[in-house]
Design a protein around this ligand. Structure first.
Ligand SMILES: [Fe+2]
Ligand SMILES: [Fe+2]
Length: 284
């Protein structure tokens, strides 16, 4: 049963009305080491909506560049390939979560806040560890529970069963998913992210955000998102669908080598950045 359901999802994920074609092309260009800023600019400028959005975002107070940036190439030079890809990916994911035509809108908005909280948390923890690729941590946090969106869209009946089990038994969503589906949103998310051709690091973090020590060479990144997920739950930023705070994985905590005293400043910074970015995205 487990295999059948997962196979079904893989088949249907192909039709998932998610990332616009342009974002997939952008990912391809960014992943190709031979690509130039000109190549990337060409893909972006072919899409007028995305171009307008990008210029608006880079000129917003969130980035705070002193001069006006009027060309896509200028934005690419200033922000870099990965940041541009992640920025456009973030706004597209935002659209996916806030699809207003669906009845489950409310649930998805809470999930979006939870995802954004986790993204911000991963970024802030990464900063305090002086981790270099902060952008990737942010995107990993943003996408960590994307499998839940797939479940909401493609398995609405099963998802409703999971949700009521979570509520009635006061258990974690992953526990209910194992009971009802035989797999969790981590596995579903992994399939989707692979299909989107995002880097293996992001794929692994999403696959193992609940079991960070299994993420192999990416266990540090998975531990960062694992901790961010717990912190944003503790801070009530949105909701991932259950009310419990999962236990912190002990080895993940050791991997991070964070001081206990740094948690409070991390949470304060998360609070501040969460507000800033929510405002920024709601105007994009
Ligand atoms: Fe999760
Ligand atoms: Fe989560």
């Amino acid at each position: 049963m487990r295999a059948t359901n997962l196979t079904r999802i893989i088949g249907e994920v192909e039709d998932l009305p998610t990332l616009p074609r342009t974002i997939l092309k952008i990912t391809e260009v960014v992943n190709n080491p031979k690509s130039s800023a000109k190549d990337l600019a060409k893909v972006i400028t072919d899409d007028q909506v995305l171009t307008a959005r990008l210029l608006k975002l880079v000129n917003s107070s969130f980035y705070g560049f002193p001069q006006k940036i009027s060309t896509v190439t200028g934005a690419i030079v200033l922000l870099g390939f990965d940041a541009i890809r992640n920025l456009l990916l973030t706004t597209s994911i935002f659209d996916l979560f806030s699809n207003k035509n669906r009845k489950d809108r409310f649930k998805r908005e809470k999930l979006w806040d939870h995802s954004l909280g986790c993204a911000v948390g991963a970024k802030v923890i990464g900063n305090s560890l002086r981790y270099e690729k902060i952008e990737e941590l942010f995107v990993s946090g943003l996408l960590h529970d994307i499998g839940k969106i797939v479940e909401i869209l493609f398995l609405p009946g099963d998802f409703a069963k999971v949700a009521s089990m979570v509520e009635n038994k006061n258990i974690l969503m992953i526990t209910a998913e194992e009971h009802v589906l035989g797999y969790t949103h981590s596995e579903v998310g992994k399939l989707l992210i692979k299909r989107w051709n995002l880097p293996p690091k992001i794929v692994n973090v999403i696959a193992y955000h609940h079991q960070p020590t299994l993420a192999g060479k990416f266990s540090k990144e998975a531990a960062i998102v694992h901790l961010a997920d717990i912190l944003c739950r503790a801070m009530n930023m949105g909701s991932g669908g259950d009310n419990k705070i999962p236990p912190l994985n002990k080895s993940a905590w050791e991997t991070l080598q964070l001081k206990l005293s740094s948690i409070e400043p991390i949470m304060e910074e998360m609070e501040k950045e969460f507000e800033d970015i929510s405002l920024f995205l709601s105007h994009s």
